[in-house]
Design a protein around this ligand. Structure first.
Ligand SMILES: C[S@@+](CC[C@H](N)C(=O)[O-])C[C@H]1O[C@@H](n2cnc3c(N)ncnc32)[C@H](O)[C@@H]1O
Length: 243
């Protein structure tokens, strides 16, 4: 099986020119693709109990959990996994003691798979819901932590107006994450600089988490970028000060 990065990642070659879209459209950016993929994974889980693909590998989950632990994020903080897929990250978070966990995915078969895995692991307190993050429901709000592992990448490959969908993603993130809340993103399509630019409105970069490096042609690079952003706190308006 190909590594997750190879399938989601941008093709090798020179970067985009000014004003150009960085990636061509791909089926990986469509809901039909994910529905079909998770239907297959659901069948495999039912047949042999295999949870399916863990995007960016187990180390990507360890990296996120270590960061939360290092920051002493309270175990009851509200945490949203955006595009949770099989929900295994949430199960690992629950095993580490986190108690207020929600996962959403726009693919009903992904949510069905994550529900089955949750049941097998006895983690009934994890909340799971079919939701399109680009049109979030009103109840999806006030989260202290949001995590994205590969979902912004998938959205960036949408064949229909990917640039508009990336903008909508940032707006959705602003509506679900509290001011001062943390956003942890793992990507194989975007560099640190590109992500900082995508999320510049409303977010500031706090930290880059170390990921494996590769060396090619004498140059060292990372195939995966893992960043922590913090949602900017809203400044009190003049009217608030008059109160
Ligand atoms: C590369 S997979 C990553 C899955 C999971 N985060 C993981 O690390 O295993 C991308 C996920 O994003 C979901 N997704 C893509 N666009 C979405 C959207 N607009 N709203 C919710 N989920 C979306 C897909 O269904 C898929 O589960």
């Amino acid at each position: 099986m190909a590594a997750a990065g190879e399938r989601l990642g941008r093709p090798a070659g020179p970067g985009p020119g000014c004003g150009e879209e960085p990636f061509g459209p791909s089926v990986l950016g469509t809901r039909e693709h994910w529905d079909a993929a998770y239907e297959r994974e659901l069948q495999t889980f039912q047949d042999i109990g295999d949870v399916g693909e863990i995007w960016f590998g187990e180390e990507s989950m360890v990296r996120i959990i270590r960061w939360l632990e290092k920051q002493k994020i309270p175990l009851d903080s509200s945490l949203l996994d955006i595009g949770t897929g099989n929900g295994v990250l949430l199960v690992e978070l629950a095993k580490s003691g986190y108690t207020n966990l929600t996962g959403i995915d726009y693919s009903p078969s992904a949510i069905e798979l994550s529900e089955k895995i949750r049941e097998k692991e006895g983690m009934s307190n994890i909340k799971l819901k079919v939701e399109d993050f680009l049109a979030p429901s009103a109840e999806l709000s006030g989260f202290e932590i949001c995590i994205d592992k590969g979902t912004f990448d998938a959205i960036s490959l949408n064949p229909d107006n990917a640039a508009g969908k990336r903008k909508q993603y940032v707006q959705s993130l602003c509506s679900v994450l509290k001011p001062g809340g943390f956003f942890l993103i793992t990507s194989c399509n975007w560099t640190k600089e590109e992500l900082s630019n995508e999320f510049r409105e409303g977010f500031e970069i706090l930290e880059e988490l170390p990921t494996p490096k590769f060396c090619f042609g004498g140059r060292i690079g990372n195939s995966v970028t893992a960043l922590v952003f913090q949602r900017k706190k809203v400044r009190p308006s003049v009217l608030d000060k008059l109160d």
